[in-house]
Write a protein that binds this ligand. Structure first.
Ligand code: ATP
Ligand code: ATP
Ligand code: MG
Ligand code: MG
Ligand code: MG
Ligand code: MG
Length: 269
């Protein structure tokens, strides 16, 4: 505190580097699971997409948005999530290390805390870790391009993985054979293999797998039953109460085109 006497050791604080994020810019924290290729194997993730794992990731991201300040949108796919802090945020004086460490530690502890709710009969075998990075984007266009980049990555990986695992699980190819079969193929070729060999129309695959998950703040009517205390003759009865809360709501929509941003102008305002 201000009234506290300073010791002669206080000068060592000057060795701390200034990591203030440039003002008026969007601050993005992206985290990613450490060695989740192995983590997925050890915990018997369904291939190519384990929906329990994706829902757990989203629960952790919602917890981050609700516990921390100033996050306006988040986007997740696979073992990664990106969090966007509002341009004008002055949380922790915009120190990059504070943004990043609070996001990553809150996310990691939530992943362990909520594990059992999503993986009922799959025990957590060891403590997972996540890396984090901070990137600052100077304009709405660069921020939109950042999110488009992550969603394009989701699409490319998911299309590849969908064909790869169909070849392995349904055609009995070894992983090496499946990889060789897909070497040099274009998007159209992969769609064609899926359709002609497996009768899969890629566009009918679940949106969560193809688009990832966008979290934005929306007003939600929450219906809950409440124990009635008074008057005495009604004691012990339950009453249905509706109240409106603002929550981080998951969407599996396209963010590359303009439609999403036109529909939600408040995000970038
Ligand atoms: P690094 O530590 O460098 O990030 P990594 O093994 O985590 O290494 P990533 O590129 O992050 O590599 O890839 C994450 C991997 O985790 C995927 O390739 C996939 O094998 C696995 N994975 C993550 N989420 C899921 C999921 N929901 N369903 C199935 N597999 C998943
Ligand atoms: P911030 O988020 O800014 O760090 P804080 O409440 O964590 O806020 P700190 O300056 O880090 O503030 O102080 C940690 C506080 O946690 C202590 O003041 C004390 O109240 C409590 N605390 C931490 N460890 C112990 C402990 N072992 N026994 C009792 N109290 C503890
Ligand atoms: Mg990586
Ligand atoms: Mg990873
Ligand atoms: Mg990853
Ligand atoms: Mg503290």
């Amino acid at each position: 505190g201000a009234a506290m006497a300073k010791s002669k050791f206080e000068y060592v604080r000057d060795f701390e580097a200034d990591d203030t994020c440039l003002s008026h810019c969007w601050v993005v924290v992206r985290l990613d699971g450490r060695n989740f290729h192995r983590f997925a194997e050890k915990h018997n993730f369904t291939k190519p997409n384990d929906s329990r794992a994706l829902h757990l990731m989203t629960k952790c991201a919602q917890t981050v948005m609700e516990e921390l300040e100033d996050i306006v949108i988040a986007y997740g796919q696979s073992d990664e999530y990106s969090f966007v802090f509002k341009r004008k945020s002055n949380w922790f004086k915009r120190r990059a290390s504070k943004f990043m460490t609070h996001v990553v530690s809150q996310f990691a502890s939530s992943y362990v805390f909520y594990w059992r709710d999503y993986f009922e009969d799959q025990p957590l075998l060891y403590p997972p870790g996540f890396d984090g990075r901070v990137v600052v984007y100077p304009s709405n266009q660069t921020l939109k391009d950042y999110l488009s980049w992550r969603q394009a990555d989701c699409h490319i990986n998911n299309l590849y993985n969908t064909v790869f695992w169909a070849l392995v699980q349904q055609s009995g190819l070894t992983p090496i054979q499946a990889q060789e079969r897909l070497q040099g193929t274009l998007t159209a070729d992969k769609n064609e293999i899926l359709f002609s060999e497996f009768n899969i129309n890629y566009n009918n695959e679940p949106l969560m797998y193809r688009k990832g998950t966008v979290l934005i703040w929306q007003k939600v009517d929450e219906v809950m039953t409440k124990e009635v205390r008074l008057p005495a003759e009604m004691e012990g009865r339950k009453m249905v109460v509706t109240r409106t809360r603002t929550k981080a709501v998951p969407l599996h929509c396209d963010v590359i085109g303009d439609a999403f941003w036109k529909e939600h102008p408040e995000i970038l305002h």
